[in-house]
Design a protein around this ligand. Structure first.
Ligand code: RB5
Length: 152
């Protein structure tokens, strides 16, 4: 069974719970990495462990949710091999995979409703990376990690 890791802060928790259920209904195991209460927390405390897992190849992909999705995407993209895409619409969800091979989907829990979020998630899961010129472009980004010797 495919496994997708999912984490949020307090602002994304309600949407996380819904998307977890949705993943399970799609036959995908949701690995919940918190947060598990509505108490105010710092999003890096939940985003970092998930981004580390994706970066290490322990899971192929993950979903991060905070209020806007901005904080989680800034942090996730610090990690080697992570391509996190902040997606709040269905078109971008498809492009995030087809063109950018995004391995972390980030959604704004205070921006997107549950119905749209489910559509975004399904679209990203089902889309297929096109490779070719898009791979060449991603290779140029990966080269930055090599050049600056980012150890993470
Ligand atoms: C929390 O209030 C909020 O700042 C956080 O969820 C996120 O939107 C940060 O980018």
């Amino acid at each position: 069974m495919e496994k997708i890791a999912i984490a949020s802060d307090h602002a994304g928790r309600e949407l996380k719970e819904d998307l977890k259920e949705y993943l399970q209904s799609l036959g995908i195991e949701a690995h919940d990495m918190g947060a598990n209460s509505d108490k105010s927390v710092d999003y890096p405390d939940y985003g970092i462990p998930l981004a580390e897992k994706v970066s290490a190849g322990e899971v192929a992909r993950g979903v991060l949710i905070c209020g806007t999705g901005i904080g989680m995407s800034i942090l996730a993209n610090k990690f080697r091999g992570v391509r996190a895409a902040l997606v709040n619409d269905v078109y971008t969800a498809r492009m995030a995979k087809e063109h950018n091979d995004a391995n972390i989907l980030v959604i704004g829990g205070r921006v997107v409703g549950k119905g749209l979020a489910r559509e975004i998630l399904k679209t990203w899961i089902e889309a297929i990376f096109e490779g070719g010129r898009h791979q060449r472009r991603l290779d140029k980004i990966t080269e930055i990690e090599r050049k600056y010797n980012n150890k993470q």
